[in-house]
Design a protein. Structure first.
Length: 59
């Protein structure tokens, strides 16, 4: 597995508190989505130019 972009213990805790279990494929897919969102934000800021800090407006 590549880098994990989510805190696995926190995700598992939230899911468990809702009465469910978490498969590792769920964590892997969620992490991949988060990685994609971060990369899209970086590209958006690069294209716009002029700033180095990502903010909520870049999501």
């Amino acid at each position: 597995m590549a880098d994990t972009y989510v805190v696995v213990s926190r995700i598992k805790k939230a899911v468990k508190e809702a009465g469910f279990r978490t498969g590792m494929d769920y964590i892997t897919s969620l992490s991949s989505k988060v990685e994609g969102i971060v990369k899209e934000s970086i590209e958006k800021v690069k294209t716009a130019g002029g700033k180095k800090t990502l903010g909520s407006e870049d999501l």
